[in-house]
Structures are given as structure tokens and as C-alpha cells.
Design a protein around this ligand. Structure first.
Ligand code: FES
Length: 187
């Protein structure tokens, strides 16, 4: 009669072969789950080393959609190289039209930690909801923790339409006047 430790949960005699098989099956399934979960993450992390992202031009629509003097949010699909990007590929940019053929297109992401900024037309300022970053209409920093202006996309006008180059973003280097004193501070 086998001891308790040698009995299976259903009370029958324990079969060492069966136990070994189940242990190996468990290890195999865990390894498979690890590969299935880890492969996309690893691919995402290593992809910049394997191939550098190519710049792509994205159509933001007819020039007439943008009024001179206005700033408008334009939604577009980021041509992400990651097939499983899904909803995260939906993004937007702020288009500022300053002349017949003069456009500046800002990234919606704050240059502090990347939160999406909001354009407040009444104040003529971009506000970041995360830590109170504020940017002027030309993208330069007005207040808060951001140390550099909003990133700008390269633009191209073609066939009466506005295009932006989505990768890589062209950072706007900080200038001495980008960091203005906050209200109440002396310059
Ligand atoms: S992320 Fe915008 S101020 Fe911090």
C-alpha cells in the first residue's frame, strides 16, 4: 500500500511517470506563454537596433481646412512599424497656419514627459494637464517644467494638401528665450 505522499489527489496510487510528464508539460506551457508574451515586447525593444524607422509623409488634408491665423487639431494615423499598435497608432498634431503657404505643425506631446497638450484658443496658449506646462502659440515655453519648445514636424505642401513627416520628429532646439520666467518671478 503506497504512503500518502505517493498517492494522487484522487486517492489512487501515484504514478511517477505521470507526475514527471505533468511537470514537463507545465514547464513547456509556461515557456510557451513566456515566448508569446515576451516576443512582441522584445521585438519592440530591439527593432530600432535592427532597422531604423524610415520617415513617412502623412496627409493632413486640404490646405483650405486650415484658416490663416488659426491653430487646429488634425487627427491622423501614425504609420507605426508595429503591426499590433492598434488604437495607440491613432494620434494628432496641432496645425498652425500663419500664411497662404506657411504652416507649423506641432506634436501634441508635451516636451516634459509626453502628456498630450490642449490648445486653448481663448488664452492663445497650449496647456499640459500633467504638471502645468504652458506653451505659447509658437510652441515656445511659457511656464512650468518643460525645458524646450513643442516638437515640430517637417511639412510639405503638395497638390493643395498639407503633409507632415512623421518619423523621426524634428526636435526644436531650445533657445535662450524659450524659458521665460513664471508670473511673479524676476527674469
Ligand atoms: S508632461 Fe507636460 S508638464 Fe509634465
Amino acid at each position: 500500500m503506497p504512503a500518502d505522499s505517493e498517492r494522487s489527489p484522487d486517492g489512487g496510487p501515484e504514478n511517477p511517470e505521470r507526475r514527471r510528464f505533468l511537470a514537463r508539460l507545465g514547464i513547456g506551457l509556461s515557456a510557451l506563454a513566456g515566448v508569446l508574451v515576451g516576443a512582441p515586447v522584445l521585438g519592440y525593444l530591439l527593432s530600432p537596433l535592427i532597422k531604423s524607422p524610415q520617415p513617412r509623409w502623412v496627409d493632413l488634408g486640404p490646405l483650405d481646412d486650415y484658416q490663416i491665423g488659426d491653430i487646429r487639431l488634425a487627427a491622423f494615423k501614425d504609420p507605426s512599424p508595429i503591426p499590433w499598435a492598434g488604437l495607440t497608432a491613432q494620434t494628432a498634431a496641432y496645425v498652425r497656419r500663419t500664411g497662404v503657404e506657411a504652416f507649423t505643425v506641432f506634436s501634441v506631446h508635451c516636451t516634459h514627459l509626453g502628456c498630450p497638450v490642449n490648445w486653448l484658443a481663448t488664452a492663445q496658449l497650449f496647456f499640459c494637464p500633467c504638471h502645468g506646462g504652458v506653451f505659447y502659440r509658437d510652441g515656445t515655453v511659457a511656464a512650468g517644467p518643460p525645458a524646450r519648445p513643442l516638437f515640430q514636424y517637417r511639412t510639405r505642401l503638395e497638390g493643395g494638401r498639407l503633409f507632415i513627416q512623421t518619423q523621426p520628429l524634428a526636435p526644436t532646439p531650445p533657445k535662450p528665450f524659450d524659458r521665460l520666467p513664471m508670473i511673479g518671478q524676476s527674469a
